[in-house]
Every structure is written in structure tokens, then in C-alpha cells.
Design a protein around this ligand. Structure first.
Ligand code: EPZ
Length: 421
């Protein structure tokens, strides 16, 4: 069994370069199914989730190849399969966003219902509501779902998102690009990954307006052609390193980060006592003496505090002086890291979606289990400041969303190494 060994090794120092955004690359890879030409994507992160999406595209008879370590070439001209392989969907629920492109381009899409995962039940009702607003007929069986466009193809429609779901906004936006007429998505998600997807779609000849606001307008077109695109930097990877540096005390330059994508984190790191300098070449320098003050966070859809930063920030709060507070409003079960942090001596009490954290002087190294992607990152960060050795198991969670995580941390002076037992 693989585990990551972390030893508290004092302040982090140096420079780390952020990779492309997983949560932009995944929908953009799915969107390449809409084009009957060649797509070239640059700054694609090397992650297991990306490998799964590549397998999905190949299973649908798209050509996919790496031109270099982080550049992918996709040609979906010959895509003729409308069924997403169930085993791949079960391995990565985010592959559900291939439904919109398949439905729009080929008139139908069939896939297994994505399982929930441990952070929540993860329904897809808003995705299906959007497809129906475009005229699709939905057929749900236990564990499977099919969507079929009407004769003549999808028609533009209007859909209100009961919750600004990221995946549903992406799926509907993609389905609407080849529909006949205009589609309006109200109360849409506003994440930077939505904007990056819209920019890519428009490069392929789509007509998407308003991405990044609550109302997105898509004017359907007949066809989409190939395009080249560079994926935006991963804001969640960036904030993970900023939090790590604030916790250990020290000075770290995080390169390839767009500050506007992580305003809440920058504000909260300032509140707890770190100092942040935004450079004019897409870098942020974080400086900290490691003695941090308590604060409170409430996760919200963008532009609020991101739920994907909640676990990592809670790790910081375990050693911040005073009583901190966390409210998780996006997912119903995203506190699995609490039990693991407590094994390291953290003082955390939860009540439903609220957690109270009393800072301690020092955590103690322990054997802990990553329960999901961001919880795994939080445990590694906790190990950086703990006394003695921490072993984080189930590291496959980390490999889903962090490209060369240990290598990048070692580059900043951390004592972090992967072992197989
Ligand atoms: C995306 O998931 C991200 N994943 C998640 O990142 C991220 O946590 C999440 O957005 C929120 O920002 C990818 O982009 C691949 P949602 P997604 O649909 O699209 C409810 C990570 O760590 N909902 O915005 O699945 C749902 O239950 C991952 O990188 C419905 O009720 O998130 C949840 O409570 C974890 N019905 C809330 O919306 C629906 O049809 C947010 O889900 C869809 C969602």
C-alpha cells in the first residue's frame, strides 16, 4: 500500500509553479467532442482524473495523444459512440460532462449514473433538467441515464439552476452550443473554470455570452471547428501551497496563479496574519512567521470561499491561536478530514455542517487516511507542521488532483516522500 511520509521540517522557502486546472481541463476535454476538427490543449495537468477522461474520449472513438508532457491533441471528427463506458464513469463521476456534448453532436447520450462519492450524494438532477429544457427526452433506469434529442435536434431553451452547479452549468452550456436558437441559463455557476470553458467553446465557433455572471446566453450554431487553447492555472493547487507556506512560516513565491481567482483565500490568509504580495507577472509571494490567528470561514459558490479549500484551511486553523469556525454550505458531508486531523491532536468539534477548531501549539505526527482529494492535501499540510512523522495513506486521492505534489513540496524544503509498504 502506498503512503506519503511527512516530517515537520520547519518553514517552506522557494518558488513553486502551478499546473493547469483539473476542473477546467476536464470539461474542456469533454467539449472537444463537439468539434469536427483538431483541438490542441496546452497546460493540461498530469493527473489520474485527466487520464480517465482521455480513456473516455478514446472509448467514444476520438483520437487523443500527448504532444508533450502537458499538451494534448484531440480529434473528435470520427466520434460515433453515444455510450460512455460504465466502468470509467464509476471511476470518475466528472466524466458525466460528456453527456452534453454527445447529446448535442450525436443526438443522444447514454451513461451509467455517476456514483456519489464520500463528500456527498452528488445528484445530477440539474444536469437533466437542463437537457429537458433543450427538448431532450430523459430516460432514467436504476444506475443508468439516457438523453435523446427530438427530431431535428435540440432547441434553445431557458433553465433556472436551483443551485449554481458547476457541472450542470458546464453540461448545459455545451449541449446548447449546437441547439437551434438561444439558450439562457439563469443562476448559473460563475467559477473561473466556467469562463475558461466558455472561452474555449467560443474559440471553436460557439456563441456563448455572460460566462462568469449569473446569466449565460448561448446562441446555437450549426457546427464547431477545432481550436487551440491553454488551460487556466489551477486555483485550488495554488491556494494549497499558499496555505502550506502560511502554516509553516517562511517565504514562498507561487508562480502561474491568477490572484482574482482566489480573492477569498488571500483575504483570509491576511486575516490570520500572513502577508501576501501580488506581483505583476502572475505570481504571489506569501510570507509568514507561522504564528497565526484564528478566523472563521463559510464555503459558498464562487466568488465565495471555495469548498475545495475548506479542508486545507481547516488544517491551518488547527494551529491558529484561538477559536476558529468553519461552515460548509456546498457539500453535505465534507468533514471527513476532521477525524484524521483529530488523530494528530487537533481540537475540533463538529455539529452538522459546522466545525469549531481550538488552535493547539503543535500537532503530533500520526498514521492518517486521506478520505477525498482535498482532505488528503490537508493531512499532508498538517504533517508539515506536526512534531515527528506523519504517514498519509490512500494517496490515490491526491493523485487525482495534484500534479507532482511531493516533488513540488520538496522543492520548497519539505521532508515529504512516497513509499510503498
Ligand atoms: C465541481 O464539482 C468540482 N469538480 C468540485 O471539485 C467542486 O467541489 C464543486 O464543483 C463545487 O465547486 C469538478 O469540476 C470536476 P456542483 P460538481 O455540481 O460540478 C449539488 C475537487 O476537489 N447539485 O457545483 O460536481 C451537489 O449535490 C472537486 O476538485 C445538485 O443538487 O459540483 C452539491 O451539493 C470536489 N444537483 C452542489 O450542488 C445537480 O444536478 C455543488 O455541486 C448538481 C449538483
Amino acid at each position: 500500500m502506498e503512503y506519503i511520509r511527512v516530517r515537520g521540517n520547519g518553514p517552506l522557502h522557494g518558488t513553486v509553479t502551478i499546473s493547469g486546472a483539473k476542473n477546467a481541463a476536464l470539461p474542456i476535454l469533454a467539449a472537444s467532442l463537439l468539434a469536427d476538427g483538431e483541438v490542441v490543449l496546452d497546460q493540461v495537468p498530469r493527473l489520474s482524473d485527466i487520464e480517465i477522461m482521455v480513456e473516455v474520449l478514446k472509448a467514444l472513438h476520438a483520437e487523443v495523444e500527448y504532444l508533450d508532457d502537458e499538451t494534448l491533441r484531440i480529434d473528435a471528427s470520427k466520434v460515433d459512440v453515444t455510450e460512455t463506458p460504465g466502468d470509467l464513469m464509476n471511476r470518475m463521476r466528472a466524466s458525466f460532462v460528456v453527456m452534453g456534448p454527445l447529446l448535442s453532436r450525436l443526438g443522444e447520450a447514454h451513461t451509467s449514473m455517476p456514483g456519489g462519492c464520500n463528500i456527498g450524494e452528488r445528484p445530477v438532477d440539474l444536469h437533466l433538467k437542463g437537457f429537458q429544457a433543450l427538448g431532450a427526452e430523459i430516460d432514467e433506469e436504476p444506475g443508468a441515464v439516457s438523453a435523446k434529442a427530438p427530431q431535428g435536434g435540440l432547441k434553445g431553451g431557458r433553465v433556472y439552476m436551483d443551485f449554481p452547479s458547476v457541472g450542470a452549468t458546464q453540461n448545459i452550456m455545451m449541449a446548447a452550443t449546437l441547439a437551434d436558437g438561444e439558450t439562457i441559463i439563469e443562476n448559473a455557476a460563475k467559477e473561473p473554470e466556467i469562463v475558461d470553458l466558455a472561452n474555449f467553446l467560443n474559440k471553436m465557433g460557439a456563441r456563448v455570452r455572460g460566462a462568469g455572471t449569473s446569466n449565460i446566453y448561448i446562441e446555437g450554431v450549426k457546427k464547431l471547428h477545432g481550436a487551440k487553447h491553454t488551460i487556466i492555472p489551477d486555483r485550488i493547487e495554488a491556494l494549497t501551497f499558499l496555505i502550506a507556506a502560511a502554516m509553516t512560516g517562511g517565504e514562498v513565491r507561487v508562480e502561474n496563479v491568477l490572484s482574482d481567482h482566489i480573492r477569498p483565500i488571500l483575504a483570509k490568509l491576511g486575516e490570520v496574519g500572513a502577508s501576501l504580495e501580488e506581483t505583476d507577472d502572475d505570481a504571489i509571494i506569501v510570507r509568514s512567521n507561522g504564528r497565526l490567528k484564528a478566523t472563521k470561514i463559510r464555503t459558498l459558490p464562487y466568488p465565495g470561499f471555495p469548498t475545495d479549500a475548506q479542508a486545507q484551511f481547516m488544517a491551518l486553523m488547527t494551529i491558529a491561536q484561538g477559536q476558529s469556525h468553519v461552515e460548509e454550505t456546498v457539500f453535505e458531508n465534507r468533514f471527513m478530514h476532521v477525524k484524521e486531523l483529530s488523530r494528530m491532536g487537533a481540537l475540533i468539534v463538529t455539529d452538522g455542517n459546522q466545525a469549531s477548531i481550538r488552535g493547539v501549539d503543535r500537532l503530533k505526527g500520526a498514521k492518517v487516511n486521506a478520505t477525498d482529494l482535498r482532505a488528503g492535501a490537508a493531512l499532508v499540510l498538517a504533517g508539515l507542521v506536526a512534531e515527528g512523522e506523519t504517514q498519509v495513506f490512500n494517496v490515490f486521492h491526491l493523485d487525482r488532483g495534484y500534479d507532482r505534489f511531493e516533488e513540488k513540496l520538496r522543492g520548497l524544503g519539505a521532508d515529504v516522500e512516497r513509499f510503498s509498504e
